[in-house]
Design a protein around this ligand. Structure first.
Ligand SMILES: Cc1cc2nc3c(=O)[nH]c(=O)nc-3n(C[C@H](O)[C@H](O)[C@H](O)COP(=O)(O)OP(=O)(O)OC[C@H]3O[C@@H](n4cnc5c(N)ncnc54)[C@H](O)[C@@H]3O)c2cc1C
Length: 413
């Protein structure tokens, strides 16, 4: 029995995707979530084509599409005069180019679509109020200890998947990974109703058919529609020496207003008018440390490699990790060590490339002085088609198909 059992810690985007992918491959999945109820913070998420391809393959996309928005473009503007610097075409052009849609959605809608799909699989058992507390590793599997409000139960499995986020417990139990650290950036988040007075006044600068990025040396703001365009999702990423006391605490609008001073209206008014803001310190886990332990443990998503959000790819990478891990274990269930080694070997170069792309975006968006002038010149000189082509490696990637193992080189080749 142990040979078909998978235990997953954490029912976020990574854990739910992994549960569906393993069940589709004939495994029996026990998914444990520490929270009493499955709910996500009320904010938005960009879901790029490399991720919607995974969702389509797992039968999740159909439900998500009903509430998501397919933006026409990503537009980058500088925040002082709102001048357009770059535009990457999306909509049908994204589907034609990358074979899957680029969507923006409310996180709760993505979570619900994943959860509803998982509930249709008879081989997935979801237990909430259940914290993965410990694990013992044997030559042929793992025994996970689950804490159900003080009552500890054991679950034997072939593989323990740590999908338990940036503060992962599994990371410290089964791998030689490092603890997370504060990145030095904080995210201010708010949602504005599109049909309210503020929403209406923002529409000119932040049209509801686009993702708009406003670049400034002190911050960058990302605005996009969610819930069929009935609301605008706002995220401001700022350099902040000190982390907030608690993730999600109320941010003081006056602090944000000072950071956004000197920008064009309506951005300079936004800090006060779009309050309340919730404040999220961004923690990161560099992607260089091990994500697997030979005896049957694997980390996916933020538990493995929490990235800063400058490439908007954390959840997309979590979905790619989940399906690739499930397909590899299904392809070689009797060679779990080899499957896990291949998972790391396949994923690490891609995750590092995404991390580097995020660093590049931060450099470009937060540039100032002469560097910002050069940036503006370079970006304005590039067509939408050229900018899209630079993202082919990222958005055109198909995680649903395992690459053929490289043929061993023969002597004399
Ligand atoms: C400001 C911001 C904007 C972002 N925007 C985007 C974007 O546009 N697109 C994108 O792709 N990504 C984006 N990301 C990244 C994305 O949000 C994360 O990468 C993604 O949510 C990680 O999902 P996860 O399932 O790995 O972790 P989490 O969402 O953290 O889920 C972990 C789950 O595990 C549970 N858990 C923890 N410990 C235990 C335990 N011991 N036992 C059982 N359960 C446990 C938790 O309660 C939680 O439910 C953004 C991030 C930030 C900060």
């Amino acid at each position: 029995m142990r040979s078909r059992q998978i235990v997953i810690a954490g029912a976020g985007i990574a854990g739910l995707t992994a549960a569906i992918a393993f069940a589709k491959n004939g495994f029996s999945v026990q998914l444990y979530e520490q929270a009493a109820k499955l709910e996500d913070a009320g904010s938005g998420i960009q879901i790029s084509p490399n991720a919607t391809r995974v969702l389509a393959h797992l039968g999740v996309l159909e439900q998500l599409i009903a509430t998501a928005v397919e933006p026409r473009a990503v537009v980058v503007r500088e925040a002082r005069k709102l001048k357009r610097l770059a535009e990457v075409p999306l909509g049908t052009k994204a589907e034609d180019r990358w074979g899957a849609p680029y969507l923006v959605a409310h996180r709760a809608d993505l979570q619900t679509a994943l959860l509803n799909r998982a509930r249709r699989e008879p081989d997935i058992r979801i237990v909430t109020g259940a914290r993965l507390a410990d694990a013992a590793f044997h030559p042929r599997g793992v025994t996970a200890s689950i804490d159900l409000a003080g009552d500890v139960k054991e679950a034997a499995c072939l593989l323990l998947v740590g999908a338990d986020g940036v503060g992962s417990t599994v990371r410290s139990l089964g791998t030689r990974n490092a603890p997370p650290s504060y990145s030095g950036y904080a995210a201010w988040r708010s949602t504005v109703r599109a049909d309210g007075p503020l929403g209406q006044s923002l529409l000119k600068a932040m049209p509801t058919d686009c993702v708009t990025v406003y670049a400034n040396k002190r911050f960058h703001l990302v605005a996009y529609p969610i819930r069929g365009g009935s609301a605008l999702n706002l995220v401001v990423i700022v350099d902040a020496k000190h982390a907030a006391a608690r993730p999600g605490e109320r941010g003081d609008p006056e602090v944000l207003a000072r950071l956004m001073r000197g920008t064009a209206e309506p951005l300079s008014l936004l800090a006060r008018e779009a309050a309340p803001w919730s404040l999220w310190p961004i923690r990161e886990v560099p992607p260089d440390h091990p994500w697997t332990g030979g005896n049957g443990v694997a980390l996916i998503g933020d538990a493995a490699h929490a990235l800063t959000p400058f490439a908007a790819q954390g959840a997309a990478m979590a979905m790619e990790d989940a399906i690739i891990l499930a397909n590899l274990v299904a392809a070689m269930p009797d060679e779990i060590r080899a499957a896990l080694a291949r998972y790391e070997a396949l994923r690490r170069p891609r995750i590092k490339r995404v991390e580097a792309r995020g660093r590049f975006n931060h450099f470009a968006w937060h540039a100032s002085g002469p560097i910002a002038l050069v940036r503006n010149l370079v970006l304005r000189g590039r067509s939408g088609r050229q900018l899209a082509a630079e993202l082919d490696w990222l958005y055109g990637f198909d995680a649903t198909k395992l690459p053929e193992p490289e043929k061993k080189k023969r002597k004399g080749d």
